[in-house]
Structures are given as structure tokens and as C-alpha cells.
Design a protein around this ligand. Structure first.
Ligand code: NHR
Ligand code: GAR
Length: 212
């Protein structure tokens, strides 16, 4: 039985597309896609794939709490067993993250714990880092601070701009996010007392190191 999954986006949705393309193979059924932005291209990707979409526009709400309450009603209406943040750009309240703790994943464009928050490609370039990358982690109340599941490194070249580096990071994101979702759907991945386990063994704090 495929695991019912809701994907939450704010923008282009290329990670959503990677999940749509491999949903059957990895054992998920995307029962809905939710965006906080009407113009998010990911909504069109979902519609094209015949997936139910919903718009929950944060600007229509007075507070983060009321926005998050509407978001959870929408998620729960889609009967999600797994919640996937894919380029979702709003910080979530502790009440919301507690409700989905252990079954909500995020992909973040850096090698966490480096560069939590925004503008990660620019920050890695400005620091002169040799390595950058992407991290899939469980979402907890601490922003980009939940247990790491998979990390994929990307070599930075001196010729890289923010755009070229972002493109390289995207390419690895599209490989590691479906893999993490597959592990979860197969019941191999869990969060227990802040630690991520794969096949009953604790993952290292830096997560499973992905390479081709
Ligand atoms: N919420 C919690 N509690 N914990 C996490 O780990 C979360 C989260 C919400 C989103 C994604 C995250 C990322 O991968 C994520 C992880 C948005 C911001 C942000 O500053 C930071 C990190 C992430 C997402 N957002 C601004 C805000 O005020 C708005 C920016 C905008 O709208 O463009 O919410 O990077
Ligand atoms: C991805 O690179 C993802 O890691 C990042 O936004 C991009 C979304 O691309 N996420 C964040 O910055 C979360 N704050 P996509 O919409 O094409 O999947």
C-alpha cells in the first residue's frame, strides 16, 4: 500500500516533480499539493499530474498561528501519513511542527548544520567553501535543526555563481529526496527522541552520505 503523502511548496516545485515522477517506484501516493503562493509553478506540475491542489495564502491570515491552523486542516483533509516540505518558504509554529513530528521532512540547500535559513548558496560562495550540498531532515520546531537523514555533497568550483551552484544542488536534491521518502514509506526510517533511525540503527548526526 502506497503511503499517502502531502507535499507543501512555495515555488517552482522541481523537487515535487522528482517525487511525482518516481511516486510509484518509491511507494508513495501524493494525495495533495499545497502552496502558500498562487503563482507557484509547482501547482501546475501537480495539476498536470492529476493531483489535488490547494492554496493556503499566508497573506490572508492575521498570524502565523492562524495560517498554520488552516494549513493543518488542509493537510489532514488530504489524509496525509507523510508531509513533505519542498521549497516551502514559511517558518512553522511549534504547535504545527509538533503535530507532524516524526512524519514531516524538509530538504534544505546546504550541508547542515552549516547555513540554516535563507540564501545558502550565496553564503557558501562568500565563505569560499570547497563543498556545499543539500540535506534532508526531519522537521522539528528548531528551524533547519531536526535530525539529519541524508546529505549530498557538491563540489564548489571557482567559476560557480549563485545560479550555477544552485543548479548543481538541485540535481542532487532530486536524487536524495525520493530516496528519503522511499525509506519512510517502506517503514525503514523513524525519528525517536530526536535521533533518526534507518533499519533500527541510528544514522550518524551528519546523516547518510549520498554519492553516485
Ligand atoms: N519550520 C520549522 N519550525 N522548522 C523547520 O525546520 C522548518 C520550518 C519551516 C520551513 C524550510 C526552511 C529551509 O529549508 C523550513 C524548515 C523558510 C525560512 C524563512 O526564513 C527559513 C527556513 C526555511 C524556510 N522564511 C521567512 C519567514 O518569515 C519568509 C521568507 C519568504 O517568504 O520568502 O517565514 O530553508
Ligand atoms: C530547493 O533548492 C530547496 O532546497 C530550497 O528551495 C528550493 C526549492 O526548489 N528550499 C528552501 O530554501 C526552503 N527554505 P523547488 O521549488 O524547485 O523544489
Amino acid at each position: 500500500m502506497a503511503m499517502k503523502t502531502v507535499v507543501i511548496i512555495s515555488g517552482s516545485g522541481s523537487n515535487l516533480q522528482a517525487l511525482i515522477d518516481r511516486a510509484n517506484e518509491i511507494g508513495i501516493e501524493i494525495s495533495g499539493v499545497i502552496s502558500n503562493r498562487e503563482e507557484a509553478f509547482g501547482l501546475q506540475r501537480a495539476q498536470r499530474a492529476g493531483i489535488t491542489t490547494a492554496l493556503v495564502d499566508h497573506r490572508q491570515f492575521e498570524s502565523r498561528e492562524t495560517f498554520d491552523a488552516a494549513l493543518s486542516e488542509t493537510i489532514d483533509g488530504m489524509q496525509a501519513q507523510l508531509v513533505i516540505l519542498a521549497g516551502f518558504m514559511r517558518i512553522l509554529t511549534p504547535e504545527f511542527t509538533r503535530r507532524y513530528e516524526g512524519r514531516m521532512l524538509n530538504i534544505h540547500p546546504s550541508l547542515l548544520p552549516k547555513y540554516r535559513g535563507l540564501h545558502t548558496h550565496r553564503r557558501a560562495l562568500e565563505a569560499g567553501d570547497e563543498w556545499h550540498g543539500a540535506t534532508v531532515h526531519f522537521v522539528t520546531e528548531e528551524l533547519d535543526g531536526g535530525a539529519t537523514i541524508i546529505q549530498a555533497p557538491v563540489a564548489v568550483s571557482s567559476a560557480d555563481s549563485e545560479e550555477t551552484l544552485a543548479a548543481k544542488v538541485h540535481a542532487v536534491e532530486h536524487r536524495i529526496y525520493p530516496l528519503a521518502a522511499q525509506w519512510f514509506a517502506e517503514g525503514r526510517l523513524r525519528l525517536e527522541q530526536g535521533v533518526a533511525y534507518l533499519d533500527n540503527a541510528p544514522l550518524p548526526v551528519e546523516g547518510y552520505q549520498y554519492h553516485d
